[in-house]
Design a protein around this ligand. Structure first.
Ligand code: FNR
Length: 185
């Protein structure tokens, strides 16, 4: 039997009823056969400091190990001030360090995002793609999942209700698995 394909999820919002947590839950319910998706805890990481990176706290070691063990990364993030939320950037910075020990090196990654605005996190997603260059990550190009006007697409518990978006997420997960397999063939 083939080994299970593992995806590590990173969510860029700590808000309890986060729409982006809702996107990640939707992904967990739409996984292809033989694929597992674990969501990393990034809200307990300290703020990054180079002074700490050679003696990092356990939460950092745990995150780095989860990233290294994953076959692919899935990010669901809001857009804050036209860019990537600090909580997500902090996690990316931690797991990319110390220099020469970048846990993300060579990983396939896909992005989803929901915002209350009309561009559905487009600007944050393109900033993330720029960050992936230095992380040497390989972003999936299509399908892009950008959910605008979030209150119209999620219920009161921030569960995704838009069927078209659910179908896009299903397609993105399948594409991410085959993209990762192509990269590692
Ligand atoms: C926002 N929001 C926002 N929305 C957007 O479309 N573009 C933006 O640049 C910003 N900027 C921004 C900055 C900060 C500090 C906050 C707190 C919010 C609104 C954002 O889309 C909304 O709060 C979402 O609900 C956040 O996602 P979660 O927490 O629901 O996943």
């Amino acid at each position: 039997m083939d080994k299970q394909f593992t995806i590590l999820g990173l969510v860029g919002s700590l808000r309890e009823k986060s729409y982006n947590k809702g996107l990640m839950r939707a992904a967990q319910s739409l996984l292809p056969e033989g694929v597992g998706l674990t969501v990393a805890e990034i809200g307990n990481l300290p703020l990054f400091s180079e002074d700490l990176e050679n003696n990092a706290p356990q939460a950092v070691a745990t995150l780095k190990q989860q990233v290294e063990d994953a076959d692919a990364i899935l990010i669901a993030t809001p857009e804050y001030n036209y860019s990537v939320p600090g909580v997500l950037k902090n996690a990316l910075d931690w797991a990319s360090r110390p220099y020469g020990n970048n846990s993300f090196d060579g990983k396939a990654v896909a992005i989803m995002g929901a915002s209350v605005g009309m561009l559905g996190t487009a600007r944050a997603q393109y900033h993330l793609r720029q960050i992936f260059v230095f992380l040497n990550m390989h972003p999936l190009n299509f399908p892009e999942i950008m959910v605008p006007f979030a209150s119209q697409n999620f219920d009161a518990e921030s569960n995704l209700t838009n069927e078209k978006t659910r179908e896009m997420i299903r397609q993105q997960l399948e594409a991410l698995v085959s993209w990762s397999r192509k990269l590692n063939a």
